[in-house]
Design a protein around this ligand. Structure first.
Ligand SMILES: Nc1nc2c(ncn2[C@@H]2O[C@H](COP(=O)(O)OP(=O)(O)OP(=O)(O)O)[C@@H](O)[C@H]2O)c(=O)[nH]1
Length: 448
């Protein structure tokens, strides 16, 4: 066989491999320009491609959901090596009960100083199974493990503590007088549990047979511990509408501080944004999905703030990328300090943040957004002796009869944010601020 034929056959075999590979494979330049992609990667990425751009640059395609990938590639100094492995990208939120969230796993390898290879796979099903497994494990642990560090009490139909068991004193230092007759929310720090949330959990226990949650709990001396709590219904009866309701519940609380510490670094790596330390896009969608599922069971308001730093490109251009990063870190801090423990604060894009506010009406959400806007406006960051000031624009939306899914909630906040930007930035807007006749964005842009 001639060298030429051998080469041709090897090439054919390689193409065949790429074509049939069970994972998406993309080869590209360091700045993301795609030079080769196999059919599976095209299929996985096509829903993300913006009109007109196609899939010509992978970093552009992934910019809205993972702007950090470009920075990770640029800041990777060695001439070759693995830049990231199994990095999870939350593509869509999914619709509870109808459509699963879509999650892609991305491995980025630098082949040589000029080329990157990307391996993409759809791990949506695996993520769903992981979550179920985590839940089952926690459930099992709550029931079977650790007789020394658990506490048991009973609750009435409203979630008030009806029966005291000394185990709760051992775990928390609280006395019967501290808890009996009070809402079980007394076992939690003020900003981590509300009476509404307690009722949600009781309804969840009625529907599923149990409700399991992890979070901060309170000791008598004011200190906190990370606890797992499981609520199970006691005597159940069928209501007029056919649903099951209980006259009482058992609550088991366990101190899992130690277990949390060991799981924390793993959890941190998959759910925290690498720059700001707050939740990343993936963790946000998971938490928001859970919140919306609760809302479907017991309807009550949920508001969303989308916060975007104004003229951020200019900050990067004037003061350098590292200063841009500092601004994002400071903004993340302001957001976490401005809301309650049960609110979800996340970085969902490059300079875009989201805050989900359970049990919060639109006017309360607008007040919180306005407070955040003012704190940012007042803050000055020292840059080489000079003051750097910046502002944010905020879009606010709330679940309503027309906005029922996470996608719609995000979309409404995004439109309101766009309105805030178009109206001059450094302001808070809702869709109610749109001209009545111009609800759609296209119509709006024509009318401005
Ligand atoms: N420093 C830093 N910059 C980032 C990061 N992620 C995204 N960016 C930059 O954020 C900038 C966002 O710019 P644009 O979307 O044009 O928006 P803008 O300049 O904020 O303008 P408006 O949003 O219209 O007020 C881009 O220049 C991105 O490169 C990051 O992690 N760190």
């Amino acid at each position: 066989m001639s060298d030429h034929t051998e080469l041709h056959d090897a090439h054919e075999a390689l193409l065949q491999f790429l074509y049939l590979a069970p994972v998406g494979l993309v080869q590209m330049t360091l700045d993301g320009r795609v030079t080769m992609l196999n059919p599976l990667s095209a299929q996985l990425l096509m829903p993300l491609a913006r009109q007109g751009d196609g899939l010509s640059n992978l970093f552009d395609t992934l910019e809205p959901i993972a702007p950090e990938l470009r920075y990770m590639a640029v800041s990777f100094q060695p001439p070759r090596g693995t830049i990231c492995e199994g990095y999870r990208l939350q593509v869509s939120a999914g619709v509870p009960g109808r459509e699963d969230a879509q999650v892609l796993s991305i491995t980025l390898v630098k082949l040589d100083p000029k080329r990157l290879m990307v391996v993409i796979s759809d791990v949506s099903l695996a993520v769903k199974r992981e979550r179920m497994l985590r839940q089952n494990e926690a459930w099992f642990n709550a029931v079977m493990v650790g007789v020394a560090d658990y506490a048991l009490i009973t609750l009435d139909a409203k979630g008030d503590v009806s029966e005291w068991n000394p185990s709760i004193g051992r775990l928390t230092g609280l006395t019967a007088q501290d808890v009996c007759g009070h809402n079980v929310a007394v076992l939690y720090p003020g900003d981590c549990m509300t009476a509404d949330r307690v009722l949600d959990r009781l309804r969840e226990a009625d529907a599923n047979g149990w409700s399991l949650d992890e979070g901060w709990h309170l000791r008598a001396d004011g200190s906190r511990f990370w606890g797992s709590s499981m609520i199970t219904p006691l005597q159940q009866k069928t209501a007029d509408d056919g649903s099951l309701i209980s006259s009482g519940y058992a609550l088991i609380v366990r101190d899992i501080t130690e277990k949390r510490k060991s799981a924390e670094s793993l959890l941190h790596s998959i759910s925290c944004d690498h720059l700001t330390g707050i939740a990343n896009r993936r963790a946000f969608f998971e938490a928001a999905e859970l919140e919306l599922r609760r809302h479907q069971r017991v309807p009550r308001p949920i508001s969303l703030l989308l916060i975007d730093a104004d003229h951020f490109k200019q900050i990067n251009d004037d003061h350098g990328h590292a200063m841009g990063d500092t601004v994002l870190q400071k903004l993340a801090l302001i957001l976490t300090q401005s809301v309650r423990g049960i609110d979800v604060v996340a970085r969902v894009g490059g300079e875009e943040f989201a805050v989900l506010l359970p049990s919060t009406w639109m006017d309360e959400a607008v007040d919180i957004a306005e407070r955040i806007r003012k704190v940012v406006e007042m803050q000055s960051i020292n840059v080489g002796g000079a003051d750097l000031r910046y502002t944010v624009s905020i879009g606010v939306s709330v679940i309503s009869s027309t906005i029922t899914s996470l996608g719609e909630l995000m979309d409404a906040a995004d439109k309101a944010l766009y309105l805030a930007k178009r109206s001059g930035r450094n302001q808070v807007r809702t869709l109610a601020d749109l001209p009545r006749t111009a609800f759609g964005l296209e119509a709006f842009s024509e009318s401005v």
